[in-house]
Design a binder for this molecule. Structure first.
Ligand code: GLN
Length: 487
């Protein structure tokens, strides 16, 4: 077995037992990138030199007997909307094509303090708007399990790299499903943490009240380990929660006995593929035969979730993206006639179609004549969705649903139909609307041999219980088969 095929926790053990070095791990994964990147396109930037330097420094520190973090020397890829000092952070947009941030995001400081080996920056939908990574200005990312299919999005590069073995761990961001949906379509594990548990300082904002950075990996333990690195209070993010954060990996246990799992009927209705429904129900039944109690529940406002999400997210995006004006940073149009013309041309040329669509929609729902009818109403529905979840968590510990209505679709199949694309998020957006944590786990393959995802949702700040439930399911499966065999 090659080193890139192993999980982070296995590699961490091997490093401690001197069965391999950090340089060997780094070189093996970089070799894998050289081997498969042409077919997958997961990266926007690969940082070979600095990755190798970090790996060598980790080996030296270990030889000197230093007490390092368990993830020291483990290769990680970072979504390209997370600020990395001295490394281009493009958001896969022409607007930031050559932007090199002068500072690190808080999560990057944490990753660097743990001495993880940063491999580079992952491709994504432009400014994290999309569900297929096809809105990237850079290039396509392909699903490692079938390169004719999309990897999902917006963290498509982060998920594809896990399935192709081009990274051992990655960071994504999730505003409406962007970690969980690509994780599901690529057969990886991905978690969207509770809003406020991971600092957003240095995450290029899409919809600030919904955005959250989170981990992707090959196993629940790997995701738990990385979550422990990145979580925690940060005074530079006013929405960051001050509390004790547990060591999730140390607390991991697979006790499903007595766990009350709610199954909301609204997530199994029309629009969800029969194969997805069957595999998710089978997973839930397996958890039941291992001691969990299953309860049918109802979350009636789910039917309004997509509309609510696209109003709130676009409203915030239109405001957040106002900063890209050709003055402060990023792209500036070449020929213009005065300031207003410079703004107009810069933004017309610098943003792609999907980003413009969101800015227009967001500006419309915030405009004085329509604010009450759209934005205010959406905020009211948001309260209802949150309240329904809060009620549900009085009766159950965890909620189980599909992550995505279908397996990965073909490249080009949905990009011309935004509404169809938006409906791919129907099972994930509610979690962001309510600020909850949720994880996507692989739950088998469909008849085309493509991965499908089981989503487990927890109450706020219940990551440990959520990860334990996920770990329980992983044990039933005897581990997940994440890596593509067809590359
Ligand atoms: N696909 C959703 C959108 O396009 C979610 C994106 C995200 O979570 N960043 O808005």
């Amino acid at each position: 077995m090659k080193l890139y095929e192993k999980t982070a926790s296995e590699l961490s053990e091997m490093l401690r037992n001197k069965e391999c070095s950090a340089v060997e791990i780094c070189n093996d994964v970089i070799e894998r990138i050289h081997e498969t990147e042409d077919k997958v396109g997961a990266y926007v930037t690969v940082c070979e030199e600095s990755a190798k330097e970090n790996a060598a420094a980790v080996d030296k520190a270990l030889a000197d007997g230093e007490n390092l973090h368990p993830l020291a020397g483990i290769p990680i890829g970072i979504k390209d909307n997370i600020s990395t000092k001295g490394i281009k952070t493009t958001c896969s947009s022409r607007m930031l094509e050559n932007y090199v941030p002068p500072f690190n995001a808080t999560v990057m400081e944490k990753v660097n303090n743990a001495k993880m080996t940063v491999l580079g920056k992952m491709n994504m939908d432009e400014f994290a708007m999309g569900s297929s990574t096809e809105t990237s200005y850079m290039h396509l990312t392909r699903n490692p399990h079938n390169t004719e299919c999309v990897p999902g999005g917006s963290s498509g590069g982060s998920a594809a790299a896990i399935a192709s073995g081009e990274a051992v761990l990655t960071l994504g961001s999730d505003t409406g499903g962007s970690i969980r949906q690509p994780a599901a379509l690529c057969g990886a594990v991905g978690m969207k943490p509770t809003y406020g548990s991971v600092s957003r300082y240095g995450l290029v904002a899409f919809a600030s009240s919904l955005d959250q950075i989170g981990p992707l990996g090959k196993s629940v333990k790997d995701v738990a380990m990385l979550q422990s690195v990145i979580c925690g209070h940060d005074r530079r993010d006013a929405t960051s929660k001050f509390m004790e954060y547990p060591d999730y990996a140390a607390g991991l246990e697979s006790n499903l006995k007595g766990l009350k799992i709610g199954v909301p009927k609204e997530y199994f209705g029309e629009g969800i593929d029969a194969e997805v429904k069957d595999s998710v129900m089978k997973a839930i039944k397996e958890m039941e035969s291992n001691g969990a109690e299953i309860k049918e529940i109802s979350l009636p406002s789910t039917q309004y979730a997509i509309n609510t999400y696209y109003i709130i997210a676009s409203a915030e995006a239109s405001s957040n993206l106002a900063r890209f004006d050709g003055v402060k940073y990023g792209y500036r149009a070449k020929d213009y006639d005065g300031l207003v013309d410079m703004y107009e041309k810069t933004r017309s040329e610098g943003f792609g179609d999907e980003v413009k669509r969101r800015i227009m929609l967001g500006t419309f729902v915030l405009s004085s004549g329509y604010f009450d009818a759209y934005y205010k109403k959406a905020k009211r529905v948001q309260n209802r969705i949150s309240a329904e979840f809060a009620d549900a968590f009085k009766e159950c510990d965890i909620i189980a649903t599909p992550t995505v209505p279908s397996s990965a679709f073909k490249i080009g199949e949905n990009i011309g139909d935004p509404i169809k694309m938006y409906y791919n998020d129907v099972c994930t957006v509610t979690v962001n609307i309510a600020g909850l944590p949720a994880i996507s786990l692989p739950c088998g393959r469909d008849s085309k041999n493509m991965p499908m995802g089981l989503q487990l949702i927890g109450s706020k700040f219940s990551e440990q219980q959520l990860l334990n439930a996920a770990f329980g399911y992983e044990q039933i499966c005897g581990g997940f088969d994440v890596l593509s065999k067809s590359l």
